[in-house]
Structure formats: structure tokens, C-alpha cells
Design a protein around this ligand. Structure first.
Ligand SMILES: Nc1ncnc2c1ncn2[C@@H]1O[C@H](COP(=O)(O)OP(=O)(O)OP(=O)(O)O)[C@@H](O)[C@H]1O
Length: 362
């Protein structure tokens, strides 16, 4: 199931001219304030009728200006999750979850138990929203959205109102939803960390246009794009799998770039992971380093180099994955870095914070 969007709408002083495809999984809309993300979301939701354009999910056409099609919001089959969970205060969690269910009349009892389990809200079913934490409320909002059997989920900064611990509590549920729901999720976020952890596809919006779009790993390690996230946030995402729990408290991972060691990750052998490796945490050595404490030394080759504010972003080819490193211009000169040069990428085990590690199915 694929969401395809093509929109053109001229406001005084702002033109939206944006097109992209969002496959099943989570598509992050990213762009600075005023770039047009909310306008895109509104047009997909049916709150804005574009002067011209087409919005479709699979075979279901929601908007097609050429054919005069414009479904009203409530007939689009879209589940929403906003910054603030808009739950009904007088209903229990169970009734809130079932609300969308009744509404569409397409529900089955089995779905409720599946969603309750997926989102871990079983113990909360008989409470009212006032007795829930912000994170719990947001989980119920996710559950309600999914139980309305939508074609598409729209999430507009669903974590923005939560503090860091609450965010970390809810991220695993968003990951499950992404991997299990089998529908496109359109997700607006300002947070590179969230995008690195959750996105399947990244769509970059600037001045009403889509300036780049593609699979998250390519997008995040693209030196032309990474600086847009803020130079301190630039980094790559590696996929990995838990291989062994070592007796000294480390977890051994296998990655397409070779083995990696990180502080204990409490998950079973075989678990798939996404690791966000910040460019500023990766050192480059032109000879195999000896006598250093860093546990992770990954053989690689310089792919390309891009000058950025505060240094040089070096893209390293490591197995089938790209690793980004940021070094000063002086280091790049001293090491005579140039495309094709064999090097070693050095990563401290403790530089990957546990809260940033993403879990993925398969
Ligand atoms: N009804 C309207 N009339 C005129 N201009 C509008 C209208 N709606 C949106 N705009 C303009 O469109 C531009 C994009 O706004 P939009 O809210 O989509 O940005 P955004 O990327 O979601 O920003 P933020 O991250 O701050 O939420 C802005 O310049 C805004 O002023």
C-alpha cells in the first residue's frame, strides 16, 4: 500500500508544489518551520482542497483535481495522532479505544486484544484519561487511531509534548506499529533523533517543495542533506543484529560493516537494531590504530568529502553501509584524506546512547 501525493496550491506569499511517495512504513516529513509540512498534512487529511493535485492510497483516490474528486476528511479513512492525545475524558481507555471501532463498524473483537497487547495498554483499560501519564495517553491515541482501520496514519509531532523519558517509553510502540501495521504512516517531526530512529523514508521539504526523498539510511548519510539536521546531529544509521551477550557486559553485534561492541543491550540474540552513529563520534585513522581504548575499529574506504560549517563531512564506505565522520579541515589535510583511501573508522562503544537504539522487525 503506497501513499502518493502531488499537490499544488498558491497562497499569497507561499507556493506549495510538492510530490512524493510514501510506502508502508513510516515516512518522515522534515523541514524548517514554515516549509510547508502542515500544509501538506492538511491537504492529505482533506482540510485543504488544493488548487490542483492528487492524493491516493493504493487504489483509493482521496483527491484528484483533474477528476473533481475531493473526499471530505471523515471519508478518507485516515487515523490521526496529534501532539496532544485528544481522548474523551468521560470514557474509559477501553471505550476510547473502541470509539473509532464503533464509528467505522468494521471492527472485530480480536483486533482490540491485538492492539492492546501491541501497545501495552492492558493494565490501563478501565482507567479514564485523567489517570494516565502523557505517554500512556499517547499510546491510547495510537491504539484508537489504528483501531479505526485506517488506510493511512497521520502523525503530526506526536511526541513533541512529552518529556524525554516519556518519549523513550513510546518509541518502541511506534516501532512496532511501523513494522506490524502494514500501512503508510506520515509523520511530521523536527527531531533528527526521532527520524533516525523511526523513519523508513525521509521526505525533505523546503519552501513548499520536496527537495529530496528516499530511504532513511541514504538520506541521513547524504552529506548534502545531513547538515540540514544541524551539524551536531549529522550522522549515519547502521542496521545491526544482536549476536552475543559477552560476560564482561558488552553486547556483540553483527553489521554489514563487521562486528560492533556496545554496552549491554537488553534484548534477545537475533534482535534487529538501528544504531544512530553521530558523525562527530567517529574518528578516522589511516593506519590500524594500536593502544587505544576504542573497541570498535571498522575497516572502510573514503567515499567522498564535503566541506561543512565546522569541518569536513567524510563519507566512509564500510561494507554495504555508509558511515559519516566529521573531522576538522586540518585533520583531513594532515591525514591526506581523499576518495578511495583505505582507512579505519573508530567508534567508542559508549558513544551510542541506549535511548537512541531503535528496534526493527526482520
Ligand atoms: N491559509 C493560508 N494562507 C496564507 N498562507 C498560508 C496559509 N496556510 C499556510 N500558509 C503559509 O504556508 C507556509 C507553510 O506553512 P506550514 O504551516 O505548512 O509550515 P510548516 O512546515 O508546517 O511549519 P512548522 O514546522 O512551523 O509547523 C507558511 O509560510 C504559511 O504562512
Amino acid at each position: 500500500m503506497m501513499l502518493s501525493v502531488a499537490l499544488r496550491h498558491v497562497f499569497p506569499g507561499f507556493t506549495l508544489d510538492a510530490g512524493f511517495q510514501a510506502p508502508a512504513g513510516l515516512t518522515a516529513l522534515f523541514g524548517r518551520s514554515g516549509s510547508g509540512k502542515t500544509t501538506i498534512v492538511n491537504a492529505v487529511a482533506g482540510l485543504l482542497r488544493p488548487q490542483s493535485g492528487r492524493v491516493a492510497v493504493g487504489d483509493a483516490v482521496l483527491t484528484d483535481s483533474a477528476r473533481g474528486i475531493f473526499l471530505p476528511p471523515h471519508r478518507r479513512g485516515i487515523g490521526y495522532v496529534f501532539q496532544e492525545a485528544r481522548l474523551f475524558p468521560h470514557l474509559t481507555v477501553r471505550q476510547n479505544l473502541l470509539y473509532g471501532h464503533w464509528f467505522t463498524g468494521r471492527g472485530r473483537k480480536a483486533d482490540l486484544s491485538h492492539v492492546v497487547e501491541m501497545l501495552g495498554v492492558g493494565p490501563l483499560l478501565h482507567r479514564r484519561p485523567a489517570a494516565l501519564s502523557g505517554g500512556e495517553r499517547q499510546r491510547v491515541a495510537l491504539g484508537r487511531a489504528i483501531l479505526s482501520h485506517p488506510r493511512l496514519l497521520l502523525m503530526d509531532e506526536p511526541l513533541a509534548a512529552l518529556d524525554q523519558p516519556r518519549k523513550e517509553e513510546i518509541l518502541p510502540y511506534l516501532e512496532r506499529l511501523r513494522d506490524q501495521a502494514g500501512l503508510p504512516i506520515l509523520y511530521v517531526s523536527h527531531s533528527p533523533a526521532e527520524i533516525a530512529r523511526l523513519a523508513t523514508t525521509v521526505v525533505l521539504v523546503d519552501k513548499g517543495r520536496v527537495t529530496a526523498a528516499g530511504p532513511f539510511a541514504d538520506m541521513l548519510s547524504d552529506p548534502a542533506i545531513a547538515p540540514l539536521f544541524g551539524i551536531a546531529e549529522a550522522g549515519s544509521v547502521l542496521t545491526a543484529r544482536i549476536e552475543a551477550q559477552e560476560p564482561d557486559g558488552l553486547t556483540r553485534l553483527s553489521t554489514p560493516s563487521g562486528p560492533l561492541f556496545l554496552p549491554r543491550i537488553a534484548a534477545p540474540i537475533g534482535t534487529g537494531l538501528r544504531l544512530r552513529i553521530l558523525a562527530q563520534d567517529v574518528m578516522i585513522a589511516v593506519a590500524p590504530p594500536r593502544g587505544i581504548s576504542a573497541l570498535n575499529v571498522i575497516p572502510a574506504r573514503v567515499h567522498d568529502m564535503t566541506a561543512v560549517p565546522g569541518g569536513v563531512l567524510v563519507r566512509l564506505n564500510a561494507g554495504e553501509q555508509m558511515i559519516l565522520s566529521r573531522v576538522t579541515a586540518r585533520s583531513a589535510d594532515l591525514l591526506r584524506l581523499s576518495p578511495g583511501l583505505p582507512v579505519h573508522a573508530v567508534l567508542k562503544a559508549v558513544s551510542v546512547a541506549p535511548g537512541t537504539i531503535g528496534f526493527s522487525a526482520g
